[in-house]
Design a protein around this ligand. Structure first.
Ligand code: SME
Length: 161
């Protein structure tokens, strides 16, 4: 559909801008927590229609809340549970069009309707996941997934972990 391809092109340009901003923000700074904090803030303040964006970091065999933007969220998520734990266990992004249709979704905020989770991997090591929530159903698509996977790769490359 013509309209959809225009929207997709705009979204791809948005992610190209995000990647450029990130490269500047991360340049010369290897601190992981500081970079995760700025990464979350940049994503949350530049991508439209989000109600939460942030990190869950692998601690032992569970995910623990890390730097984020948005309302306070659940602190611990077991590996394999929820959208975040599923992405961590699979080491692959999980895109959920409608969280009500994802049986194991963990509702930190009832306002959330769709979700995109990207694993944070450095070398062979799973470091955590980056989670984005939207109040709109079907907010995220393949362009968002590719854009955020590229953004997380920039974050992982910049950090000493
Ligand atoms: N919905 C997530 C939990 C984290 S919050 O959305 C911030 C999940 O199902 O894993």
């Amino acid at each position: 559909m013509a309209h959809q391809s225009v929207t997709r092109t705009a979204a791809a340009e948005h992610y190209a801008d995000l990647h450029r901003s990130l490269a500047g923000l991360l340049a010369g700074e290897p601190d992981f927590i500081a970079n995760c904090a700025n990464f979350s803030a940049l994503v949350y303040t530049t991508l439209p229609d989000l109600n939460w964006a942030g990190c869950y970091l692998l601690r032992g065999n569970e995910l623990v809340l890390g730097p984020f933007q948005g309302r306070p969220a659940c602190v611990r998520i077991a590996m394999g549970r929820g959208v975040c734990g599923t992405a961590a266990a699979r080491r692959a992004s999980v895109l959920v069009d409608d969280v009500h249709a994802f049986p194991d979704h963990i509702a930190c905020d009832p306002v959330s309707r769709s979700e995109l989770v990207v694993p944070m991997i450095k070398g062979d090591a799973l470091i955590g996941v980056f989670d984005m929530d939207s109040p709109s159903p079907e907010r995220f698509d393949a362009t968002d997934q590719a854009g955020m996977e590229g953004a997380v790769a920039l974050l992982m490359n910049a950090c000493r972990i």
